[in-house]
Ligand binder design. Structure first.
Ligand code: CA
Ligand code: CA
Length: 267
């Protein structure tokens, strides 16, 4: 009898353990399903894509210390004729002032030949003095001489929970010579803002890490290229990935590279 009672007790304890284990397992399964749903709903959509050019200017001055005549140049290649047309005098320039986001490559001759000197952001004495005849202004974040980059307009997908800005990352791959080039950045590093030109706090500044993007906010993300050099006429596959969330695949048809071209809607 005592043995029988003991057996019943053991059986009761064992079945309780089994029942608890089953409940635990089903609870785990349920929360796993919820986690997956939560992750996939973290999604960023592309609402538009434009060809843009970063604002940046290089000013050439006649004398040291930025004095005398001056001539301003935006991103692009400026021949000797263009240099003179902009107000410069051949073989007389002594100072170059390079804006934020710009780089200036100065040349001895009017056709980008002869000596060549590169100046980064800041004010510099041109060396050699009084010989400059042509220049190229570049956006260093783009290896294309015309300063080509994209501005992507994005927002969260319907039903997406709020997500930290730095968890959104874009990447673009393309043929680069015989290899494959890849450019990828999170949107904080890219220097993104809301459409109204502020961050999510209403300040006149780019997003910083930790800022939260919520459903309904529309934001713009500069996509610039350093390894990937897209040309007119190619299809550019762009991936938008949210850490711990979904990946969105966008195919951009580069029918033209003129500034302002809307890659989604322009013919
Ligand atoms: Ca001079
Ligand atoms: Ca010269």
């Amino acid at each position: 009898m005592i043995v029988f009672i003991a057996l019943i007790l053991v059986a009761a304890v064992a079945s309780t353990v089994i029942i608890n284990t089953i409940q635990d397992t089903s609870e785990n399964a349920e929360s796993t399903v919820l986690d997956v749903r939560g992750e996939l709903s973290k999604k960023v959509l592309v609402e538009g894509a434009y060809i843009s050019e970063r604002d940046c200017t290089v000013v050439i001055w006649e004398h040291g210390g930025a004095a005398g005549w001056s001539a301003s140049f935006t991103v692009g290649a400026h021949t000797g004729a263009a240099f003179v047309a902009a107000g410069g005098t051949d073989n007389a320039a002594s100072t170059v002032v390079v804006d934020d986001g710009c780089r200036a490559i100065l040349y001895e001759n009017s056709d980008f030949s002869g000596w060549e000197n590169t100046y980064e952001v800041g004010s510099h004495a041109i060396n050699p003095n009084d010989q400059l005849s042509s220049l190229i202004v570049q956006n260093p974040s783009s290896r294309l001489p015309q300063g080509f980059e994209l501005e992507m307009i994005m927002e969260l997908g319907l039903g997406s929970p709020p997500i930290p800005a730095e968890t959104v990352r874009w990447s673009v791959s393309c043929k680069n010579g015989t290899g494959v080039g890849l450019d990828s950045e999170d949107i904080v590093t890219s220097g993104s803002r809301l459409l109204g030109d502020t961050n999510t706090l209403g300040d006149d500044s780019d997003f910083v890490a930790g800022e939260i993007i919520e459903y309904g906010m529309v934001f713009k993300v500069p996509v610039s290229f350093s390894n990937c050099i897209p040309n007119s006429g190619i299809n550019l596959p762009l991936l938008l990935h949210v850490d711990g969330g979904a990946t969105t695949n966008v195919n951009l048809a580069l029918r033209a590279t003129a500034q302002g071209t809307n890659l989604f809607f322009d013919p």
